[in-house]
Design a protein around this ligand. Structure first.
Ligand code: NA7
Length: 539
């Protein structure tokens, strides 16, 4: 097989990160090619087409800021748009910026190997093709490696099988079907109310209950988009100073959501209930001690249980819907009519904690207490998050070392952007960067801009390689883990989450995200660059 191309950069993935990266590289005169396994752009929003799929941030914040004219040309229709609208936005971006000519679709990257002699990466695709480039930039996303559900008999099922994270483009007609949904993370919680409205019956198989609250989504009012367009400069400026790169989460102002002055353990029981009456679903999480004190967290969980009891009419179902792990351990979910769905006659909750799953048969799902016959199973079982997308590519650095082998005890990275022993590799929203704890669009723009500046610096000073030092990598990895420990519920022994990798059998339990916030992270990256790329060796 011959190497057919020589490029400055190969970018893997054409989602938010890859499209921005390609634009920036081209703008600065670098030749680049994006390799994308889907047949179109969109990344997360290309694959996750399940009913109810929707972003949990407001559209004006969950959108590109790098070209102000794009903000003025695109009109959002809802506060928090659904998947088709976000995909349409990214398709529009690809056309508007003429990006498609440098994207190769239906092309999965299977391997990438660093060549010491030529100081280039050779990237191999699933078609056996090889491409060379000086830089390899992964824009593979954090939630793009689907988890195959490890359930006995899964291959025996004779009905239809759907996965939320690889949902069919043509959609699926649930009308008249007996349906099972397995998984009640964000994807399940979003899909369940929509499926319930169409299906004849819906059984929800829940292993861990979700902390979810109403999204309060709505269409934008007439004239509201024009007002927002005028406010974009201010919105963007404020986003940049916000810890999570977002001012609002699910139609709630983040500042108001996370109060700092109210402690649940110092609030009398009747006052807690009064606060609940006044503030509803946002109340339990807004006490300052909830994320740092496990007893406070339990008290908040009790308030949360009270809200569920007020919404779900059957007491047994309401009790089963109460999470048994700390609030804030997993990503909070926002929903549209989730708990109300369990008041429908055609919906049944199967609590797998009380009635464990035995396996899947040709006709349905078996638990210890019996068998449920279904026509369709929807798996909403999640991802091998953050490291999974990189681990699934054979990335070999100096001396043929395999990236994933070095991460058996958890990922080691410098700034979540680079790895010692892997020169000229940049990982957009990589492990130990703010990524999923920030507004992902802001996170990919910050990384893409930093990488482009770095490449321009190297061109100007005629450097061929850049590589993180083992010391810098070690310091950043340790720092990231120390910062994660400052929010005890996220790493508490009773917390299992994909942030910790604990949803993947055998994966080392390590917090995979930098929790110190976007402003601190951005400042650190800028300091590294302005100091002449401290912590890196340039050669
Ligand atoms: P998540 O949040 O990882 O949710 C997956 C769900 O599937 C979760 O409830 C799991 O239970 C459940 N699950 C996984 N495997 C099984 C098996 N074998 N049996 C029963 N239940 C199972 O993925 P999502 O796609 O919903 O959301 C991912 C992110 O996308 C989300 O956080 C947002 O940021 C957007 P468990 O909790 O492991 O007990």
């Amino acid at each position: 097989m011959d190497t057919d191309e020589r490029l400055d950069a190969i970018v893997v993935g054409a989602g938010f990160g890859g499209l921005h990266m390609l634009y920036r590289l081209r703008e600065r005169g670098f030749s680049a090619r994006v390799l994308e396994m889907g047949t179109g752009v969109g990344g997360t929003w290309y694959w996750n087409r399940y009913p109810g799929s929707r972003v949990d941030l407001e559209s004006v914040e969950y959108s590109y800021s790098f070209l102000p004219e794009l903000e003025q040309e695109w009109n959002w229709t809802e506060l928090m748009p659904a998947q088709p609208e976000i995909l349409a936005y990214l398709e529009w971006i690809a056309d508007r910026l003429d990006l498609r000519r440098d994207i190769r679709f239906s092309t999965r990257v299977v391997a990438a190997t660093w060549n010491e002699q030529t100081a280039t990466w050779t990237v191999e695709t699933d078609a056996g093709e090889k491409l060379d480039a000086r830089f390899l930039i992964t824009a593979t996303g954090c939630l793009s490696a689907p988890l195959e559900p490890a359930i006995a008999g899964v291959a025996d099922f004779a009905g239809d099988v759907l996965h939320t994270n690889r949902y069919p483009k043509a959609g699926y007609d649930f009308e008249g079907k007996r349906v099972a949904v397995i998984g009640t993370g964000s994807s399940g919680v979003q899909a369940i109310p929509v499926i319930a409205e169409e299906a004849a019956t819906l059984h929800v198989f829940q292993r861990s209950a979700a902390y979810t609250r109403p999204a309060n989504n709505r269409p934008l009012r007439a004239g509201e988009m024009e007002e927002l367009k005028a406010e974009y400069p201010e919105i963007r400026a404020r986003q940049r100073t916000s810890h999570s790169g977002t001012l609002r989460f699910g139609a709630f102002a983040v500042d108001e959501l996370y109060r700092t002055d109210r402690l649940i353990l110092q609030t009398a029981e009747e006052d807690r209930l009064r606060i609940l009456d006044d503030e509803g679903w946002t109340a339990p999480g807004t006490f300052a001690d909830v994320m740092v004190d496990i007893d406070a967290n339990r008290a908040a969980n009790e308030l949360y249980a009270e809200l569920i009891r007020r919404t779900v009419s059957d007491p047994r179902t309401a009790a089963a819907l109460v999470p048994q792990y700390p609030m804030g351990c997993k990503r909070p979910i926002i929903d549209t009519g989730y708990y109300e769905t369990f008041n429908r006659e055609n919906v049944t909750l199967v609590d797998l904690r009380a009635d464990p799953l035995v396996g899947i048969t040709a006709t349905g799902i078996e638990t210890e207490s019996g068998h449920v016959e279904v026509d369709t199973i929807v798996f909403a079982t999640g991802f091998d998050a953050i490291t999974g997308p990189l681990d699934r590519i054979e990335i070999r650095g100096r001396g043929g070392r395999l990236l994933r082998d070095g991460w058996v005890d958890g990922p080691h990275t410098y700034l979540g952007l680079a790895v010692a022993g892997f020169p000229n590799l940049f990982t957009i929203t990589g492990p130990l960067s703010p990524s999923v704890l920030a507004n992902m669009v802001m996170a990919v723009e910050q990384h893409g801009d930093w990488i482009t500046d770095c490449l321009a610096h190297m061109r100007e000073h005629e450097y061929l390689t850049i590589e993180a030092t083992p010391e810098a990598e070690e310091e950043w990895t340790r720092h990231t883990l120390e910062v994660a420990e400052t929010v005890p519920v996220r790493v508490h022994e009773s917390c299992g989450s994909w942030y910790l990798g604990s949803n993947v059998p055998g994966k080392k339990r390590v917090y995979l995200v930098y929790t110190g916030g976007m402003p601190a992270y951005r400042a650190r990256c800028d300091e590294v660059a302005s100091g002449g790329y401290t912590g890196f060796v340039l050669g």
